[in-house]
Design a protein around this ligand. Structure first.
Ligand SMILES: Nc1ncnc2c1ncn2[C@@H]1O[C@H](COP(=O)(O)OP(=O)(O)O)[C@@H](O)[C@H]1O
Ligand SMILES: Nc1ccn([C@@H]2O[C@H](COP(=O)(O)OP(=O)(O)O)[C@@H](O)[C@H]2O)c(=O)n1
Length: 226
């Protein structure tokens, strides 16, 4: 059978809407690659913190943005992320990195570097790719075949996140999420935003399986030329 043309799927939305779980499952089901762009911004933030760069100094962050070598493994069954050859999958999920990532990712030199990396990865995915983040449909891959924008109520998102983070309470998780969304949505360079041609899916009342099915159907419809 002839292999289908590579399909590029962009999935954006705020934290806890289900981007990572949905994207991984859709990619695995359809035999596509998978890229978690949030992990790349977390990785560069981890490097800045580890190298003593002042997070409150955008000029210092911008000047260092080209230094770390970030490599993403795009198998949806086992995505990987390394910085200068070091596996940082664990360290990029700490509270410290989470609280600093919005400041680092607002710096335009950081975005330029990471965006270029993302476009190279997407272009080299033979069967196509699901790329998830905040600015994929608007900026990184504006010609994506399918764009999805996931949303959910802050309460649902906070409940999901605190289910993952042991010992965290829903209230403080909700406050931290709202603060990060506000920072990500208000920055000058490629803020978190829904592309005009994205399909919005509110996941508040849906199970993960329902969201996955919805996105798989949308990809299949695109492939069938509907
Ligand atoms: N529709 C859903 N219903 C319930 N839980 C969900 C749903 N989608 C995702 N989750 C759970 O919520 C948490 C956050 O999901 P994740 O995919 O990491 O979101 P994001 O990448 O948007 O931050 C995970 O534990 C995931 O299993
Ligand atoms: N395309 C992207 C993806 C993430 N990010 C930044 O990276 C942070 C972490 O993204 P993430 O997807 O890992 O966050 P969670 O939704 O998993 O909490 C976001 O809060 C943004 O500041 C971005 O600026 N652009």
């Amino acid at each position: 059978m002839e292999s289908p043309t590579p399909v590029i799927v962009a999935i954006d939305g705020p934290s806890g809407t289900g981007k990572s779980s949905t994207s991984k499952a859709v990619a695995a089901q359809l035999g596509l690659s998978y890229l978690d762009t949030g992990a790349q911004y977390r990785a560069i933030t981890w490097w800045m913190v580890s190298n003593g760069i002042d997070i409150d100094d955008p000029a210092a962050i911008g000047a260092a943005a080209g230094k770390p070598e970030i490599v993403s493994g795009t198998d949806p069954q086992g995505p990987t992320i390394t910085v200068d050859g070091v596996d940082v999958a664990g360290p990029i999920r700490t509270q410290e990195v989470t609280s600093k990532v919005s400041a680092v990712s607002a710096v335009s030199d950081v975005r330029a570097r990471i965006t270029e990396l993302q476009r190279t990865i997407a272009a080299s995915a033979e069967n196509g790719i699901v790329v998830e983040g905040r600015d994929i449909g608007t900026t990184v891959l504006p010609d994506a075949d399918l764009k999805i924008f996931l949303t959910a109520s802050p309460e649902a998102r906070a409940a999901r996140r605190s289910g993952e983070l042991k010992g965290s309470d829903v209230h403080s998780t909700r406050e931290a999420l709202i603060k990060r969304d506000a920072a990500d949505s208000s920055r000058k360079t490629s803020p978190l935003a829904k592309a005009g041609d994205a399909v919005e899916v509110d996941t508040t009342e849906l199970t993960l399986a329902q969201v996955i099915e919805c996105v798989v159907t949308l990809v299949e419809e695109k492939r069938a030329g509907k």
